[in-house]
Design a protein around this ligand. Structure first.
Ligand SMILES: Nc1ncnc2c1ncn2[C@@H]1O[C@H](COP(=O)(O)OP(=O)(O)OP(=O)(O)O)[C@@H](O)[C@H]1O
Ligand SMILES: [Mg+2]
Length: 456
């Protein structure tokens, strides 16, 4: 995080998202501010609250994509939730507090695997010893305790035995490390927890379900089962077991909660879907109620999780919404105030499409070329072909509905349908797709508005 400056963050986002510079700038500053805050004295640190962001823009212009890329890059617990999935407290469904619980769970997993990495070496060493015990059971020495008949000789032979045994053990150790015993089997007691009944499953009861599972787990006796497993597998099972014993879960949980509170980021997608009053029909699981539930969490409150209470004051929230049927001002006023930074994402046109088709690391054209190549067919696109595809996408977006870059998916799929279908029979051929081919394949559909509404 130290060297993830706003400019670097933008640069990384640039690899995947074309344009939308304002949004990239805002999120990169917000990310950097987390780091800056950590450098402050603890007194001031408490005072600096995160500046939550709302990203506003039409559908299919990269809002979710920015979130996804950011989550990979943030070395912090980061989750993405759909605002429309929540229901007001008291109704069946997920309540908003569950996002904090999810974030805390995630943090526990992150910290746990960090700790695991640290003790891996030690766990491996311990596993090696145990495997050696299995391969060469320890000597049962005949200690001459009370009987004093031949003490001298016995002592001596015991010593010799032990020396020999130790030497053999070391030999086996070398073989083990060289992988020479990889095909040998050992008997291993593998622990299994039996679950006597099917797990209750119902959305909204998940928290209960987890607790129930854990509770039952601790009541139910651990059954161990003797299994024959190959040495490498036994090694990893035992190492896992040893690591589990070495790890200090109390410490992990404490660190995880700290990390959640100080560095956590929650991305609330589709926040516009919870604006507006009841739709007028059906029992009203009020959207405004969801907003009201969200308020204390965004504002800063304490949410209890199974790992302990989590304070939400310093968690960063980034919300996004298309806001085509509503405006940010339709959110309840208190909530609007919690998202002081508003950035707009632009609608995309032909020029952006040309770049989106080929520039991002995961660009669609790259994907299709790679997919078809698996059949032994090399396809290439001429520059004019790309321009033609982009302009068709822009045109269809304008004439029917503007679904942004998603239009490129439908168009390319249609364009490459035949090639995709016939590729297996055309091994070792090269195909160049030019603008003529694109026009030929698509112009009829584009001309007919009704047809394009259905197909593209
Ligand atoms: N600016 C862009 N650069 C590169 N790819 C983009 C861009 N905008 C959209 N895409 C691509 O289009 C698809 C849809 O984008 P995304 O999921 O980000 O839309 P969105 O803005 O979240 O829309 P919605 O409001 O419908 O959720 C993704 O596959 C994404 O890769
Ligand atoms: Mg989205």
């Amino acid at each position: 995080m130290d060297n993830l400056t706003p400019k670097k963050i933008v640069k990384i986002l640039d690899r995947y998202i074309i344009g939308q510079d304002k949004a990239k700038k805002a999120v990169s500053i917000a990310m950097r501010n987390r780091w800056r805050r950590q450098q402050l004295s603890s007194e001031l640190k408490e005072e600096v609250l995160p500046k939550n962001i709302i990203m506003i823009g039409p559908t299919g212009v990269g809002k979710t994509e920015i979130a996804r890329r950011l989550s990979k890059l943030a070395q912090a617990p980061f989750i993405k939730v759909e605002a429309s999935k929540f229901t007001e407290v008291g109704y069946v469904g997920r309540d908003v507090e569950s996002m904090i619980r999810d974030l805390a769970n995630l943090a526990v997993n992150i910290i746990k695997s960090e700790h695991m990495k640290k003790i891996q070496e030690k766990a491996k060493a311990m596993a090696e010893e145990r495997i050696l015990d299995l391969l060469l059971p320890p000597l049962k020495l005949t200690r001459s305790s009370t009987i004093t008949e031949k003490p001298e000789g016995d002592e001596k032979s015991n010593e010799v035995k032990e020396e020999n045994h130790q030497a053999t053990r070391e030999k086996i150790r070398i073989q083990l490390r060289d992988g020479k015993l990889d095909s040998r089997y050992v008997d291993l007691d593998v622990k299994e927890r039996s679950m006597p009944f099917g797990v209750i499953s119902n959305i909204g009861m998940e928290e209960l379900e987890i607790n129930l599972k854990e509770m039952m787990g601790s009541i139910m006796p651990e059954k161990s089962k003797r299994k024959k497993v190959k040495v490498p597998e036994a090694m990893s099972i035992i190492a896992q077991e040893e690591a589990g014993k070495l790890i200090d879960m109390d410490k992990v949980v404490k660190e995880a909660i700290e990390r959640t509170e100080q560095h956590g980021i929650i991305f609330i997608d589709e926040i516009d879907k919870i604006t507006g009053k009841s739709s007028g029909h059906g029992p009203d699981v009020s959207r405004e109620g969801v907003q009201r539930d969200m308020l204390p969490i965004v504002e800063g409150s304490t949410v209890s999780t199974k790992h302990g209470p989590v304070k939400t004051d310093h968690i960063l929230f980034i919300a996004t919404g298309a806001f085509h049927a509503s405006k940010p001002s339709d959110l309840i006023p208190e909530l609007q105030g919690r998202f002081p930074i508003r950035v707009e994402l632009n609608a995309l046109g032909k020029d952006e499409f040309i770049r989106i088709l080929q520039e991002p690391r995961n660009a669609l054209i790259k994907q299709y070329v790679a997919l078809i190549k698996t059949e032994g067919v090399d396809i290439t696109f001429t520059e004019d072909a790309i321009k033609e595809i982009a302009s068709i996408a822009a045109e269809v977006n304008e004439r029917t509905e503007n679904i942004g870059a998603r239009r490129l998916h439908t168009i390319l799929e249609k364009l490459l349908e035949d090639i995709s279908f016939n590729a297996p029979e055309r091994k070792n051929t090269k195909l160049s797709i030019n603008d003529k081919y694109v026009k030929e394949k698509l112009s009829d559909i584009v001309k007919d508005e009704d047809l394009s509404r259905y197909i593209l």
